[in-house]
Every structure is written in structure tokens, then in C-alpha cells.
Design a protein around this ligand. Sequence first.
Ligand code: LLP
Length: 422
Amino acid sequence: MAHLRFDGCDLVELAKEFGTPLYVLSEDRVRARIRELRETFLDRWPGTSAAYASKALQTLDLCRIVESEGLDLDVVSGGELYAALKAGFPPGRIHFHGNSKTPEEIRMAVESRVGRVIVDNRTELDALDREARSARVRMPILFRVTPGVDSHTHQYMSTGDLDSKFGIPLDPSVRDEYVGAALRMEGVDLRGFHFHVGSQIFSNESHRKAARIVADLAGDVRDRYGFETRELILGGGFAARYTSRDEPKPLAYYTDAMMGDLRDRFRELGVAMPRIGIEPGRWIVAEAGITLYTVGSVKEIPGVRTYVGVDGGMPDNIRPALYGAEYEAAIADRPDAPGTRTVTVAGKCCESGDILIRDIALPDPRPGDILAVFTTGAYTHSMASNYNRLPRPAMVLVRDGAARLSVRRETYEDLVARELPS
Ligand code: LLP
């Protein structure tokens, strides 16, 4: 029987060649998403920009792909910034985010002259101003604001509610203090505002509400300070398809609605339309990735359930345990065989919650089979851990039927390399 293929590559062969667990990322699919973004957003709406939110998945290869497709890059820590620079990403196209940036990270952002710092709080604003003045530069900034909308996603993925650790509340007393302070500072150049309502959001309602709120904010600060908002970033959060029950809408469903609303609202307010940006992460990479595991054991508890144990689990994909995220999978050795047995796919960690997929119909899984779990491109590799001292998986990049090792597998030696025993 023919094996399951992904972008022209035989997945059983990939597992043999590179071992499991294995992250497989399709370069073609990443590029196709970015092109769709270009056609349906950047080209349709002049004066717009887009950054890839690299927290979803960041490798040196992926930074280069994003760079070559012309997107900007959003980083959220010194580590992500370091890797982006190491990949040769132009600093002027990097946006530096984070709700608790350290003094070292702020210095790094200034020294490397990142294109934008998205400022989240007053301590950071003051520190950035000091660093920039001592380096004799003026850092372009946006304020991350909290629009106070509920995005109806998992509580851990919601970021735009009023009670959020992210962003500056829009209460006029707070807002005015920030805007007033920034406009007096020589080290920062306030360009506008940024919001992000949350992640894996199927409806465009919360995005639209937040966009209208932030347009009004632009009107308010124009009236109060004569300040012209030149840039607005509308965040990411656009949903990907994880299971056949998911019905994500195309990107344009979110962006056309927001752009239309913004154009109308800015016209009413008599404010010039600022440069509008988005920063999707998951939407670009989730469906471009799959993870391969080897089935180790099949354990039937009569009348209860059958556990299929695999050689990875929560260390390479924490999402089921952390968010109750659901995935679909197939046996790569027999993709066309009917799913005759309902099983639960269990990871190998000493943790009852280490379940990758509950109750999935598979074609009688057997030890040695290769299990392919779909839509694992986002927030798996980037959230991976070494729990139970499992080495982190390798990643291969596939393109036009060819596969190339992009990230090597961690070794046991790597696992103890930082330790300094007496
Ligand atoms: N911009 C900002 C400021 C963000 O905080 C995020 C995600 C994004 C953009 C990209 O969001 P996306 O387009 O990927 O939804 N670990 C969770 C998701 C956390 C998202 C955090 N922020 C998960 O695995 O579902």
C-alpha cells in the first residue's frame, strides 16, 4: 500500500531517514500562505504591512524564508531577536514585543536598531528612552493597548480583555499619561498603536471591535495632542484548521472587514488613514507542519479504551495538555486503510495528562507504525521542553519532494551540556 506523502515526500521514508519524533515543515506551504497574504491583504490594500509572529515557530531557515518573501518579523525576546539577527534578518524590519522586557533586552533592541519597539508599560518606556538617548538614536515605537474586548477563545490565548497582563489600558487617565510622556521624550518616536486580541479566533467580531476602538483612540489623541497616528498594528490571531470540524475563514474575511471599518471610521473622524499592519503567526505555519512519531505500544483495557503509546508527547507538543487542543492523525504506513479502531494516542511522559489525541479512529495501529499528526507547525517546536529529559526532535524542511535537515535532533550530551557538577 502506498505510504502517506507530504509535499511529495514519503513520510515513512522520512521517519526512517531522520528518526522520530520528527517535525516536518513544508517550505512550499509557508510560502503559499505568505503569497496569499500578499495578494489578499498587502496588494489589495495599499499602505499596509505584515510581520510574521515568530513565536509560533522560529528557526533560522524560517527567518530566511520570511525575509525572502518580504514580510517583517515580530520577536518577543532577546533570544528570538538574537536568532533573527543570526539568520541575517534586517533589523529595520524587526518588531520587538513583550510585556516584561528586561533592561538587557531593551539595550539589545536599541543596539541592533530594531525597526519598531512595541511598548507595553511605563518602566519600559522610560528605560527605552534612556537607552536610546545614550546611543543618540530615536527609536520608533508603538504603544500596545488593551482594547477591552473578549475574543471568545481559550482563556490562555485571549489577550485583549481589559483584565490582561498585556498592554496599556485605554482609560483616559492612563492613556494620556503615556502619550504625553512619549511626546516629550527625545529617545522615542511615537508612531501609533498596536493591539492583539488573542489567538485561534474564528469570528472577525473581536478584531473588528478592537479596530474601531483603536480608531477612536487615534481620533482622541489627535484632538487632545494634535498627535497624528501614523501606524496601527491589528495583531494576529487568525484561525487555522486543526480538525475536520474546524472551518476557518480566509484571511480576507478578517482583513477586509477591519480595513473597511477603519477606512469608514477614519473618514468620519477626519483622520488620515495610518499605515495598517497585521502580524499572523499560526495562520502562516500551523498547517505547513506535521509531526511524525513511531508507535511503541498498543494497550487495550477491555471495555475502557485502547492506548497507543508513541515516542514523543507533551515535550514536543504541549498544546493538548495545556489548552485541550485537538489534532487529527493518520498511520503513514496505511493512509487509505479504514479507521477500524478507536484509540487514544498517549505521549511517553510520566504524566496522565500527556495525551496527544483522545478517541481517534485509526486503522488498527501496531508497534513500529509511523503516526503522522497534522497541523503541528505552530506553537509546538517553539514551546518544546525537555521534560523527562526527552531530547527535542529534529525538524526537516520539505520542498518539491526533497527533504533537508533544518534543525538537528538534540542528543543526550546536549541535555547535560549546561550542567557544572562539582
Ligand atoms: N502578535 C502578538 C502581539 C501576539 O501576542 C501573538 C500571539 C501574535 C501576534 C500571533 O498570534 P497568532 O497569529 O499566532 O494567533 N501558545 C498558544 C498561542 C499563544 C499566542 C500568543 N501570542 C497556542 O499554542 O495556541
